[in-house]
Design a protein around this ligand. Structure first.
Ligand SMILES: [Mg+2]
Length: 258
């Protein structure tokens, strides 16, 4: 095994809070490319991210699910609201599958129009698009500290690689690598990365992903940290196995203070 040390980071909810961007880009995808007869998009919708969207975000794994959720929130009839959102969340995956089927949508197409919506905004007004993201500066500083100690940083995200890359450049962060959804599942990517690097930690805000890492024999040795500042479900903070540590934003530096 190589002695090259690295920390792995998820992107959304770990390095940046992109809530405004998710809402804007998914809404624009619905408005411009979805051609749904069940919605009408008005300018005012872009102004504020509904709480219902924020409340459902912790269940999201892939970007396309956000296009579907925005569609359900802005529907003129029977939209998802704060009061009925639990029905949706309680059977999240089945509901997403059902909605895909009812509308004759394909997940890949929704992902494609989300990426198209992002590209459209980047071409139109790059600065405004970047400004929809709020970086967690503690994480950015931690990555800079790692660099000083000659420890690498790698990004594994379910976003398209180019979008994460564009934001990281703005933040002056040049990681060793960025793997996006195009590169396959996070577990498969982590398996590959372990062959070349010594992984000191994986910081991620999706608990299920960390559980999967711990249950896979090839990756179970990776120290896993659940990002307390990310898009967590309330229940994620409880019943954590002692293999997955809850990490606070203020405790990042302790990870290298050895
Ligand atoms: Mg995340």
């Amino acid at each position: 095994m190589s002695s090259q040390k690295i920390f792995l980071f998820d992107f959304d909810g770990v390095i940046v809070d992109g809530m405004h961007e998710y809402w804007n880009s998914s809404l624009l995808a619905c408005e411009k490319y979805l051609n749904s007869p069940y919605i009408s998009v008005d300018e005012k919708l872009y102004k504020r991210v509904p709480n219902t969207f924020k409340e459902i975000r912790p269940w999201v794994k892939y970007g396309w699910e956000m296009v579907l959720i925005v569609h359900e929130i802005i529907k003129t009839e029977n939209p998802i609201k704060h009061l009925n959102k639990d029905d949706f969340i309680n059977n999240y995956y089945q509901n997403c599958e059902r909605i895909l089927k009812d509308n004759s949508w394909i997940a890949e197409d929704l992902q494609r129009i989300l990426d198209k919506s992002r590209k459209y905004q980047i071409n139109k007004d790059f600065k405004s698009w970047v400004n929809l993201h709020n970086p967690y500066f503690e994480v950015i500083n931690f990555m800079k500290e790692l660099k000083k100690r000659e420890i690498k940083s790698g990004i594994i995200t379910t976003k398209g690689k180019i979008f994460a890359e564009k934001i990281l450049i703005q933040l002056n962060i040049f990681p060793e690598f960025i793997f996006g959804y195009e590169s396959g599942t996070k577990i498969k990517i982590a398996e590959k990365v372990t062959q070349t690097y010594e992984i000191l930690g994986f910081i991620e805000d999706r608990k299920k992903t960390l559980i999967d890492v711990k249950q896979n024999s090839e990756t179970s040795h990776i120290p896993c940290f659940l990002a307390d500042w990310g898009y967590l479900k309330e229940s994620d903070r409880y019943n954590l196995s002692n293999e997955i540590k809850l990490l606070k934003l203020g405790s990042l530096e302790e990870l290298v203070a050895i």
